[in-house]
Design a protein. Structure first.
Length: 510
């Protein structure tokens, strides 16, 4: 052998080894690539397939070799055949999305993005096809879900008449979505920045809106403002605008996003309501003042009438005939009744005039005091008042005494039983105390409804039962002053239950 030939042989062996090594490397990359790869012959039979593609199809790589796509992936074979036909006609690569099932993944419909490339021989004849496939089922599903939720959001925003706004702080551009066309007018969205956005704000509200913006940008507070806006057609509308800053990774304000809601109708109603409330308060105050002054000022002349009538009776009772005596008696009776009514009216109009005076009140103490004060009446009527453990509530002491006095005296008064019995209990519901005053008296016809709580409304004449008809109106007013409500249920002839609640953030446990 020539010395040179030895050298050449060595060189050839080295390059053969190198090529072999290269080939094994390519083979390894081919087989372990996460992307599905295969080579098909012109009859669409597998000549080669990597692990990823074989797994996608649900068989081992060996099971594919020599078999056609019709046998291995029947659900995808028609789409494959159409691509192959195009490749054979045009000689060009085709890439497209393919959907279908394979023997893997329980036959679930999946999506791939595939590239089919013709393999040509030296005479440019197509001898096979290289296929690369990447599964995008999850990406596609996520995209579809995103699209659906974006569509839902869009419909919600449009349906709710809301405008969504995005202000890119860096490049000072504002983007609007949703119900903005009413304000900006028809046509494409104008290119707006912060200043153009503010140009829609009513000049009287500008300072308020700008301050809110600055506070949000400086301190990261949520942006929340109610403002009037002036639309393109010059009409004025109220808007509630809310927003929040989005920061970049370095903590720099990047964008402000939010919504704007047309609250014009609500605002009109709200303003009307405020005005009505103001008028109502004023007329209520005037009425209260009138009732107070009238009853206060009427007391004096009435007292005079009563005393002179009594004087008349005392001096001339025996000098007049029986008719005149009866007339004097009626006049005294009427005047006394009127005095009682005026006193009650005064008490009634004083309830809301009282300020403050709310402190801890032990209801048991109040009932003990009343039982003591009504000792004679209780004995006379043979009545029994039962009460157990009752709560301490935050209330006006004097008014609570008044309230229980009125309810208890009614329970004794409107009672024909040999032993009038009254039960007073309280039950806690959430934060409220619900009190119950139950008696075994004559009862109330439920058809009377709330009439009994109205001022001077009575269900009986003074001959049957004494009274002016203001007791329950006073009770109702006291309960309402304490933020509660009063109601009753009753069975005529069997008794009545009066209930009222005293709401109590400040109330105490038993
Ligand atoms: P008055 O007792 O002075 O008539 P109230 O306002 O206290 O006025 O009561 C209004 C009416 O409600 C009474 O006339 C009476 O008919 C009825 N009433 C009140 N409490 C009771 C009760 N416990 N049982 C039956 N009827 C009652």
């Amino acid at each position: 052998m020539l010395p040179n030939a030895k050298k050449w042989k060595k060189k050839l062996l080295k390059s053969e080894n190198k090529a072999h090594k290269r080939l094994s490397e390519i083979e390894a990359i081919y087989n372990s690539a996460p992307m599905g790869l295969c080579v098909l012959d012109c009859d669409l039979r597998y000549l080669r397939i990597n692990k990823s593609m074989a797994e996608m199809n649900g068989f081992s790589p060996q099971e594919h070799i020599g078999k056609s796509i019709h046998e291995m992936v029947p659900d995808l074979s028609q789409q494959g055949e159409a691509i192959a036909k195009e490749i054979f006609q045009t000689g060009k690569a085709v890439s497209m999305e393919m959907n279908g099932t394979t023997a893997a993944q329980d036959g679930a419909v999946r999506t791939w993005i595939e590239g089919w490339y013709p393999i040509k021989d030296s005479s440019h004849q197509i001898v096979g096809i290289n296929v690369a496939a990447l599964e995008i089922t999850d990406i596609k599903r996520a995209n579809e879900a995103l699209k659906k939720s974006e569509e839902k959001l869009r419909l919600t925003i449009e349906g709710a008449g809301v405008i969504m706004w995005f202000w890119n702080i860096e490049n000072d551009r504002v983007e609007c979505r949703g119900h903005y066309k009413h304000i900006l007018g028809p046509g494409p969205i104008p290119d707006m920045g912060y200043n153009e956005l503010l140009s829609f704000v009513h000049p009287d509200d500008l300072e308020k809106v700008e301050t809110a913006f600055q506070k949000t940008l400086q301190y990261g507070e949520d942006f929340k403002v109610e403002t009037r806006t002036i639309w393109k057609d010059k009409s004025v509308h109220w808007f509630s605008i809310m927003g929040r800053v989005v920061y970049d990774l370095q903590g720099k304000p990047q964008e402000m996003i939010g919504i704007a809601l047309d609250i014009t109708n609500n605002k009109i109603v709200q303003l009307e309501l405020q005005e009505t409330l103001r008028k109502l308060k004023r007329s209520n105050a005037e009425l209260e003042q009138f009732a107070y002054v009238a009853s206060h000022d009427l007391q004096e002349p009435l007292r005079m009438i009563t005393s002179f009538l009594q004087l008349l009776k005392l001096r001339y009772e025996n000098q007049l005939d029986s008719d005149a005596n009866e007339f004097i008696h009626f006049a005294i009776d009427g005047a006394t009744r009127m005095q009682e009514m005026i006193n009650d009216l005064l008490t009634y109009s004083r309830i809301d005039r009282k300020r403050g005076d709310f402190k801890e009140v032990k209801i048991e103490d109040i009932l003990q005091q009343i039982t003591f004060e009504y000792k004679l009446l209780i004995q006379e009527k043979n009545a029994v008042i039962h009460f157990g453990e009752l709560p301490v509530i935050t209330a006006d002491y004097t008014q609570m005494v008044q309230l229980f006095q009125n309810l208890i005296s009614n329970s004794i008064k409107y009672n024909d039983q040999p032993c009038p019995t009254i039960h007073i209990t309280a039950e806690k519901q959430d934060n409220d105390w619900i009190f119950k005053v139950a008696d075994n008296g004559i009862g109330i016809d439920p058809q009377q409804g709330d009439r009994i709580f109205k001022i001077f409304q009575r269900l009986h004449s003074p001959d049957e039962y004494e009274g002016t008809g203001i007791g329950l109106a006073i009770v109702k007013r006291i309960v309402e002053r304490h933020g509660g409500r009063i109601w009753y249920d009753s069975q005529p002839g069997k008794g009545s239950n009066f209930y009222f609640n005293i709401p109590g953030r400040l109330n105490h446990e038993i």
